[in-house]
Design a binder for this molecule. Sequence first.
Ligand SMILES: Cc1cc2nc3c(=O)[nH]c(=O)nc-3n(C[C@H](O)[C@H](O)[C@H](O)COP(=O)(O)O)c2cc1C
Length: 235
Amino acid sequence: MTAERVLLCGTGSVASVKIPQLALALSQHYQVKILLTKSAEHFVFNVSKSYDPTSWEQNWVQTVATNNVKHSDDPSDVNLNSVIYVDEDEWNYSNIGDPILHIELRKWADLFIVAPASANTIAKLAHGLSDNLITCVARAWDFSNPILICPAMNTLMWTHPFTQQHLNVLSGIQYQIVHPVVKTLACGDTGQGAMASVGTIVAAVGDALSQSNSGGNSNVGEEVTAAETAAATKT
Ligand SMILES: Cc1cc2nc3c(=O)[nH]c(=O)nc-3n(C[C@H](O)[C@H](O)[C@H](O)COP(=O)(O)O)c2cc1C
C-alpha cells in the first residue's frame, strides 16, 4: 500500500529550526513534501544546521526524497515534485494549461500540517488570506482531509487575545490545533508558546490520518497536547 502523503509547512517561527528533524521523523511513515514561507527559509537554511547538526549529517533533504521514492508506488513522483517548495516555485507558471502548484500540491496531499505555525500565518489563515504558497494551499484545501496547525510563538504573542480568536475560527472550520507547550523559549522568556515536541506532532498526524480513514474528524491535537508541559529547555 502507498504511504500517505503529508505536506509539512514551515512558517517564520524560530521553531522552524526543527523542520529537518520533523521531516525525517514523518518520512519514516509517510511521503513528505515541505513548503516554506520566506521567513521559514531563513530558519531552515541559515540556522537549523547549527541547532541540529545530527539531522544535517543525515542529509535530511536527500533522506526525505529517498523515503518518498521508497513509500511511493510511482517512482516518477519525486521527479515530478521537489521535496521542498518555496513561494517562487508558484511563479514558474507560464502557459495556460500548466499545472498550478498550490492546486497540484493540494491534490497530492492526504494531510496538511503547519509546523511551526507563526502568529502571522495563523492570523492569515483565520481571515482566509492567500498571499503565499502555504496560505494558497490552505485556502484551496479539501476539508475531507485533515488540516493541522502547531502554533509556536513568544508567550505574550500566544496569550494575546487575537491568538485565541483566530484559533477559535480555525477550530470552527475543522482545523486541528496541536497546542504549544511551556518552555524557556529561544527569546529567554519562560511560558507557553514552544512548539509541541516532534513525537507529539508525529502522533497527532497519525491520529488525524486514522480518524480521517475511518471517516471521523475530531480535534485530536487538543487532546494530545493538553496535558503536555515540557521541561524548561531552550527552543
Ligand atoms: C529571530 C526571529 C524569531 C521569530 N520567532 C517567531 C516565533 O517563534 N513565532 C512567531 O509567530 N513569529 C516569530 N517571528 C516573527 C515572524 O517571523 C514574522 O511575523 C514573519 O512575518 C512571519 O512570516 P510567515 O508567517 O509568513 O512565516 C520571529 C522573527 C524573528 C526575526
